[in-house]
Design a protein around this ligand. Structure first.
Ligand code: ADP
Ligand code: ASP
Ligand code: MG
Length: 402
């Protein structure tokens, strides 16, 4: 008898048919004699629709109220799915984040989990019930509802699996595993049998939304056995492991992140302390900066370009303009029609020529690179957003031959 955590995403529970299909998968695992905890997302595009509803009422709603609103989507899913299991004769109970004491910090819309209690879950499992928990939601120290950031139900599932020391956490979605690139953009993408936690963490942090990046972070830290598979077919999925690949050095995947903007400060004085003043201004308001490039400008000046999340762009512009005199720059250039495309592979560290192969693929496709950043297991380029999908296909063909 195993303890299994199953998570189903929005597309898997989009309508009544989806809910019944998912209930079937849950029932099979339960009837095989396992103890089952299920985490569900909101149905289909419910979360987007709720955001639209809020925008119709108030263009700048309070983050607390927004979380109150968004958390309702997951609650609908768990109640409906529990009813479906009931109808099939499978004993089940649905619980909210509050009922499992899922405590988070107070960062509304992007809260981090601090703790959760397994007491209620274990009591229900002892009663031979399937336990369905609403994903994506928690409560802060004021007992107010928070949400974990878009895609956050994955993180709820992994956190519960870690706390329960579950045998496995299965993330069911609308693709049957992790591919070398988003198969919707690169139709020739290849399914991976397994991938390391580190590679998966990079891929999800670099824009592959198939897993919420904090879920991978948690899975790595608490050694959660994680598997990605489809709720629409029974193909074997992808396992996430601590494996070290010994085969030839290849990249494991390509990701793109369109949620990015580039800011360039032109005509800064070429003296000590300038970069410090620029990035201190942003850090004080918790604006994270990603790729940074400094270049020599004309006589005694320099330019600094960097990227931030699109949602931080306007805020960053205002902050920097307010400090224009103190920092000392001529002008600011901003573009949000950029995109970051990255290749990831644990083998890169021991292999030369990977970056140049990527750049060659872009050159062959006549795609201009604006910025470059590298680490031990990834290379990222900033390019025009219009070129992003072509770039992914060109890079994929270069590395995988398809
Ligand atoms: P869910 O609603 O189940 O949480 P998501 O939409 O969050 O599903 O994630 C699944 C989607 O992730 C897929 O439909 C696919 O388009 C996208 N995706 C991005 N990168 C990859 C990748 N490397 N492998 C598989 N899917 C990917
Ligand atoms: N419903 C939330 C979202 O759409 C959380 C999730 O699906 O994981 O982002
Ligand atoms: Mg998701």
């Amino acid at each position: 008898m195993a303890l299994i955590v199953q998570k189903f995403g929005g597309s898997s529970v989009a309508d009544a048919g989806g809910i019944k299909r998912v209930a079937g998968i849950i029932a099979r695992a339960y009837e095989a004699g396992n103890r089952i905890v299920v985490v569900l997302s909101a149905q289909g595009d419910t979360t987007d629709k709720l955001l639209e509803k809020a925008a119709e009422i108030n263009p700048n709603p309070s983050k607390r109220e927004l979380d109150m609103l968004l958390s309702t989507g997951e609650q609908v899913s768990v109640a409906l799915c529990t009813m479906a299991l009931d109808a099939m004769g499978v004993p089940a109970v649905s619980l909210t984040g509050w009922q499992i004491c899922l405590r988070t910090n107070s960062h509304y819309s992007n809260a981090r989990i601090k703790s959760l209690s397994t007491e209620r879950i274990l009591a229900e499992l002892d009663k031979k019930r399937v336990v369905l928990v609403a994903g994506f939601q928690g409560i802060n120290k004021f007992d107010d509802i928070t949400t974990l950031g878009r895609g956050g139900s994955d993180t709820t599932a992994v956190a519960i699996a870690a706390e329960l020391k579950a045998d496995i956490c299965r993330i069911y979605t609308d693709v049957d595993g992790i591919y070398t690139a988003d198969p919707r953009i690169v139709p020739t993408a290849i399914k991976l049998k397994e991938i390391t936690y580190d590679e998966m963490l990079e891929l999800s942090s670099l824009g592959a939304r198939v897993l919420h990046n904090r879920s991978v972070e948690l899975a790595k830290r608490y050694h959660v056995n994680l598997e990605i598979l489809s709720s629409f077919n029974r193909e074997p999925g992808t396992k996430i492991r601590e494996v070290v690949r010994v085969e030839e050095v290849k990249i494991s995947g390509i990701a793109k992140d369109s949620n990015i903007a580039r800011i360039a400060l032109i005509g800064l004085k070429d003296i000590p302390g300038v970069a410090f003043r620029v990035f201190r201004t942003l850090a004080r308001k918790n604006i994270s900066v990603d790729i940074i490039i400094q270049s020599i400008g004309r006589e005694d000046t320099k330019d600094i370009s960097f990227t931030v999340a699109k949602s931080d762009m306007e805020n960053a512009r205002e902050l920097l303009l307010a400090e224009k005199e103190a920092i000392g720059f001529e002008r600011i250039d901003i573009s949000d029609s950029v995109c970051k495309v990255s290749i990831v592979g644990a083998g890169m560290i021991n292999s030369s020529g990977i970056a140049s192969k990527m750049f060659e693929a872009l050159y062959d496709a006549n795609i201009n690179i604006n910025m470059i950043s590298t680490s031990e297991i990834k290379v990222s380029v900033l390019i025009d957003e219009r070129d992003a999908d072509n770039a992914m296909r060109a890079i994929h063909t270069k590395f995988f031959g398809v």
